[in-house]
Design a protein around this ligand. Structure first.
Ligand code: HEC
Length: 140
């Protein structure tokens, strides 16, 4: 009886060790892994900006008129970020930056808030769309 107990104990022990070994994370998708990496960058509790590189320059220049949330919920390439800045300069009284400041701001934005494959795709340009069957019913 005592031998039976002892061997049952061994079986239990072997099972325990066998099951507790972690599975290799082979089924984790690339985007999930990417998000884990991104999540490791600390965010500023006040603005929500990722605290990397020139984030304080962006905080200083980009949160005077609106919440940083407008920035953190946006994504874009360097070109797209520059276009947003040009739009604000033209329409929203955003001041001009010296070239060095501007390129550092753009680099921060494009590095930390790049286009994201998991998000909704960009709209298809109108000239690449099929003809609109309701063209006469509505204004466009
Ligand atoms: C002088 C004021 C001002 C400053 C400074 C400013 N913005 Fe803006 N920004 C605006 C206004 C006004 C809007 C439009 C807000 C709205 O639509 O409610 C806007 C909108 C935005 C949007 C949303 C654009 C969209 O298409 O939805 C983003 C992103 C943005 N700003 C980023 C920035 C960044 C990055 C900086 C720093 C380089 C910055 N802003 C600095 C005035 C400013």
């Amino acid at each position: 009886m005592r031998r039976l107990h002892a061997s049952l104990l061994w079986v239990a022990l072997v099972l325990l060790i066998g099951c507790s070994r972690e599975e290799p994370a082979s089924n984790v998708s690339d985007s999930a892994r990417e998000e884990t990496v991104i999540a490791q960058v600390e965010t500023d509790p006040l603005t929500g900006l990722k605290m990397a590189g020139d984030w304080e320059l962006v905080r200083g220049n980009c949160t005077a008129c609106h919440s940083a949330k407008l920035i953190t919920q946006q994504r874009g390439t360097a070109e797209q970020w520059l276009a947003m800045i040009r739009w604000m300069q033209k329409k929203q009284n955003l001041w001009q930056f010296d070239p060095d400041t501007e390129s550092r701001i753009i680099a921060y934005l494009a590095d930390n808030y790049p286009p994201d494959a998991a998000r909704r795709r960009a709209a298809i340009p109108r000239d690449l769309m099929p003809p609109n069957p309701y063209a006469y019913a509505s204004a466009n």
